[in-house]
Design a protein around this ligand. Structure first.
Ligand SMILES: Cc1ncc(COP(=O)(O)O)c(C=O)c1O
Length: 427
């Protein structure tokens, strides 16, 4: 699934998403522009919820992309939310996200982060020993905050090193292998202001091979058996994280959300049965696989530079400021001429951004139809970790973001202005 579920080529021969002509939308709203297909967000979110049934919770990972309207759609589909900072929590609360469905993660939470998480009634996912001390200050006498411990199961999934998180050499979580996890459970159980609701792991992102989740589950359950045997402790909830990969190009064929949930659940139930453990509530927290396929980036072609025999650079009006992923992880994308996506290719081009860095290249060597200045190009699968990591580098305002549904356009985030760029400066 490279395109949003409502994608089609309309009678004018243009790309259409959510019943909206993308050439027209780009003309009216300007570019760079990010558009989200509401039907795809709902379809992906509801697929997770349906697969999970009543056996667990699905949290949307706000870090992939968050905006009030988007979070409302996610909440309406019955998901909870995972946030990693007081800022993400603030946005969630201002968007009216149900507080009792929020989990607060992060590897170096500050006192203020923990204060806001506790005040909001969020479940705090403790990532390091330091938090045990901070929580003594945050949770009032006589109260207990529900917490979960993030563990590192020592599994390395088949993804880019920069988005692997579950291995021993990682800044995240208490390692099971080193004994830190066992010690953290003992600390949490003895802590006067905490109620240890469960254990959690997240092994990485953009993962296609589900085997890594089975391995991680097996290691987690090995620890659970030890904890029951030696400490008499059994967690109420067990988090398997997010990380399901998506298609960025036609060659990618990731598992579905249902495949993911069923694999993880079967591994958990079978492993608990084998060890005669109580089956905990399963928690998963996908981000990319909900927001990613729903979003598309639209750019307008500006300058075109031919270096005969070497390369043709086609520069667009966005780039690394709205999508750092090609530079950060070597991510590959495809692009299409929005006014004629099925047009036969005319040769290879390299799509460059407009930032003052030679590494600001969105796509290297992609076959495209002949492109001219003013053409709109669309990049699918741009819904996750693009805007979420966007910057104002080079003094560029961040793009406008739209939600598209049944031919209607709703602005989720307006385009930043030059005054927004200097709003925090002291003149
Ligand atoms: C702890 C945690 N949970 C969930 C996610 C969401 O992962 P993804 O967007 O790949 O589903 C991440 C992202 O890296 C994460 O760090």
């Amino acid at each position: 699934m490279l395109f949003p579920v409502t994608y089609r080529v309309n009678a004018a021969g243009h790309m259409e998403v959510g019943g909206c002509d993308l050439v027209e939308v780009a003309r009216r709203h300007g570019t760079p522009l990010y558009v989200y297909d509401e039907a795809t967000v709902r379809r992906r979110a509801s697929e997770y919820v349906a697969a999970m049934g009543s056996s667990g919770q699905v949290l949307y990972s706000a870090k992939a992309f968050a905006s009030p309207k988007f979070l409302r759609v996610v909440a309406e589909e019955g998901l909870g939310l995972d946030v990693v900072s007081a800022g993400e929590l603030h946005l969630a609360l201002k968007s009216g996200f149900p507080r009792d469905r929020i989990h607060f993660l992060g590897n170096n939470k500050s006192l203020d982060d923990l204060r806001s998480a506790y005040a909001a009634g969020a479940t705090i996912v403790i990532d390091g020993d330091h938090e045990f001390d901070l929580l003594r200050e945050v949770v009032p006498d006589g109260k207990r905050a529900p917490v979960v411990l993030r563990l590192s199961p020592g599994v390395k999934p088949d993804t880019h090193d920069h988005i692997s998180t579950g291995q021993l050499d990682s800044k995240f979580g208490f390692s099971i292998e080193s004994g830190a996890a066992r010690k953290a459970v003992e600390t949490a159980l003895a802590h006067p202001r905490l109620e240890l609701a469960g254990l959690h792991s997240h092994i990485g992102s953009q993962i296609f091979a589900l085997r890594a989740y089975e391995e991680a589950m097996d290691i987690m359950l090995g620890l659970l058996a030890e904890l029951r045997r030696e400490l008499g402790y059994e967690p109420r909830m067990l988090g398997a994280g997010g990380g399901l990969g998506i298609a960025y190009t036609h060659d990618d064929d990731p598992p579905t959300p249902r495949d993911f949930v069923e694999t993880v659940r079967q591994a958990m139930v079978a492993g608990c049965t084998r060890r005669e453990l109580k089956v905990p509530e399963l928690v998963v927290e996908p981000g990319r696989s909900i927001a990613g396929p729903a979003g598309m980036a639209l750019y307008t072609v500006g300058s075109i530079k031919d270096i005969p025999g070497v390369r043709r650079y086609v520069a667009v009006d966005g780039g690394m400021g709205d999508n750092i992923r090609p530079k950060l992880y070597g991510a590959r994308y495809e692009a299409f001429l929005a006014s004629d996506p099925d047009h036969a290719p005319d040769g290879k081009v390299t799509i460059a951004g407009k930032y003052c860095e030679s590494t600001d290249i969105l796509i290297t060597d992609i076959e495209m139809p002949a492109l001219r200045t003013g053409d709109v190009i669309a990049v699918p699968a741009a819904g996750a970790y693009c805007l979420a990591m966007a910057s104002n580098y080079n003094g560029m305002p961040r793009p406008e973001v739209l939600m598209l549904r049944d031919g209607e356009v709703e602005v989720m985030r307006r385009r930043e202005t030059l005054d927004d760029l200097v709003a925090a400066e002291v003149f």
